[in-house]
Design a protein around this ligand. Structure first.
Ligand SMILES: Cc1ncc(COP(=O)(O)O)c(C=O)c1O
Length: 501
């Protein structure tokens, strides 16, 4: 019997092995008073039928009241999504929203890809076990095998988890153990983002997120893509054993280093016996036009991590993939194996099925090739707008469907009469056009884009890899229409819309 405080003791009959789970308890509950008084719970049907205002109130009361502030700035607080399919969300009013945000890279397959849905439904109908702790799972084994097959070199050993942060925690742990206690210092980059759990927070370069948490101190920060700074660090500090870098910085504003950087990094790591951990949580899974973004440079890290789209846009799935050599050094004996064995939800059945089907879809539908081709087209069209609006667009960068659009910083050039009004806005918006343009794309053109953690002048475009040229054309037409109004009107309209709320 469970002994939760509000439980009333009952002599529950022993469950026979033919009883459906809970059958005996349900029988005793109907015979007399229930064993435990049911709290006032909402049902799934209640959730489905919930109004926008109730949903908002509950979000405010129980999830994150402060976050609502940002939703209001962008107009997201008026939206209750009812369905999502392919490149589009549909809201409670039947409004279709074109998704160029893609859940920060979590929706490679678009919303509700039919093959992924079918694989999940088939699995549900088979009465399979989900939790793969006592017994192994053929699905976890198959997913690990697939990832090892895709990953280059000897990146063969896979840890399955459920978030990017968890995969990155596993990555720094395996590297730290393989490097050994005398080489425990970790190099990370300026403007990095590796997650918000406490271990990886030490390697996430955000004062806001790090706050006053008590973090690991044995880290060394270098500018992203600066091989000389890394060389200097490696040469001057023999305790450095690991370097952790996003291959393309997402939160930093879609920042890349040239292929030579990665080649020199590989050589430098080999020379100094430092392990390279490549964070591919956002840029991996085909988004860059390669399965792993580091493949463009033709080099292989010692450890990498995937998440986001690995869950097929339907579930939480993440993987750390280590080279066999690194893995065996860290956890290769029966004595060390359990230091690392998966957490409760590692390799959970339906999530593995989803990821396996997703990986197959990725190749069957040539989504990586599509990302390269149509992503290239997107960049070309954005460069066309940059030529048309040089006073508004400062830079277009990235590759595949990991694209950054940087606006000019207008904080100094804005007409004097608008400056006091802009000064009243949130810090996140001051001096930045990305918030205004994003909000107006959404309000007037039903297009969703993403913002960037550390560079408020950058809009991040990470549409699903199924995105076609027609979607790019629709997006560019919308952006053209917004930018064509000019900075002053964009800002004035935005401020006006805020005042009406
Ligand atoms: C590069 C990178 N690493 C790690 C993470 C953390 O992933 P998660 O939010 O799934 O914990 C993210 C999330 O955005 C990311 O972009």
């Amino acid at each position: 019997m469970l002994d939760t405080p509000n439980r009333v003791a009952v002599d529950a009959p022993a469950l026979s092995d033919t009883d459906a789970a809970g059958g005996a308890l349900a029988a005793s509950a109907t015979a007399g008073s229930p064993a435990v008084r049911k709290p006032k719970l909402l049902s799934v049907a209640d959730a489905k039928a919930m109004s926008l205002s109730d949903m908002t109130e509950m979000f405010k009361d129980h999830i994150n009241p402060g976050q609502l502030h940002f939703m209001k700035l962008l107009g997201f607080h008026k939206v209750k999504i009812e369905t999502a399919s392919g490149m589009y969300y549909t809201d409670q009013n039947g409004r279709k929203i074109l998704d160029f945000f893609g859940g920060f890279g979590s929706l490679a397959f678009g919303h509700n890809h039919p093959r992924i849905i079918a694989a999940r439904k088939a699995f549900q109908d088979e009465d399979r076990h989900e939790i793969a702790i006592a017994f192994m799972s053929q699905y976890a084994s198959a997913l690990a095998k697939n990832l090892a097959e895709i990953a280059p070199g000897d990146l063969d050993m896979v840890f399955l988890g459920s978030s990017g942060s968890e995969a990155m925690e596993a990555a720094i742990k395996v590297a730290e153990r393989a490097a050994g206690p005398k080489r425990s210092k970790v190099v990370y980059a300026h403007n990095s983002f590796h997650g918000k759990t406490k271990g990886v927070l030490s390697l996430t370069d955000s004062e806001l997120y790090r706050g006053e948490f008590n973090l690991t101190g044995n880290t060394v920060k270098v500018p992203f893509g600066d091989i000389e700074a890394i060389r200097k660090a490696f040469e001057s500090d023999p305790e450095i054993g690991v370097i952790v870098l996003e291959t393309i910085q997402g939160g930093g504003g879609i920042i890349e280093a040239p292929v030579e950087f990665w080649r020199e990094l590989r050589a430098l790591c080999d020379k100094h016996d430092v392990l390279w951990v490549a964070d591919e949580v956002q840029c991996g899974m085909g988004r860059s036009g390669h399965f792993f973004a580091f493949e463009k440079a033709g080099v292989v890290p010692d450890v990498t991590a995937l998440a986001k789209s690995l869950g097929g846009g339907k579930t939480a799935m993440a993987a750390m993939i280590a080279s066999r050599k690194v893995y065996m050094k860290a956890y290769g004996t029966p004595k060390t194996a359990m230091i690392h064995a998966q957490a409760t939800f590692g390799g959970i059945g339906e999530a593995c099925v989803t990821a396996i089907e997703g990986l197959n879809v990725m190749y069957d539908e040539d989504l990586i090739g599509n990302a390269e081709r149509v992503g290239g087209y997107l960049i070309e069209r954005l460069n066309g707008l940059k030529d048309k609006y040089p006073q508004i667009i400062k830079d277009v960068r990235g590759r595949g469907f990991m694209v950054g659009l940087e606006f000019q910083d207008f904080s100094q050039t804005l007409p004097a009469l608008l400056r006091p009004m802009v000064a009243l806005l949130d810090d996140k918006l001051k001096g930045s056009l990305s918030g205004f343009v994003g909000a107006e794309l959404f309000r007037d053109h039903n297009v969703l884009v993403a913002f960037t953690e550390y560079n408020r002048n950058v809009i991040r475009l990470e549409p699903p890899l199924i995105c076609g040229r027609e979607h790019v054309d629709a997006f560019i037409a919308a952006l053209d229409a917004v930018l064509g109004r000019g900075i002053v009107r964009i800002v004035r309209d935005f401020i006006g819309s805020q005042a009406k709320k």
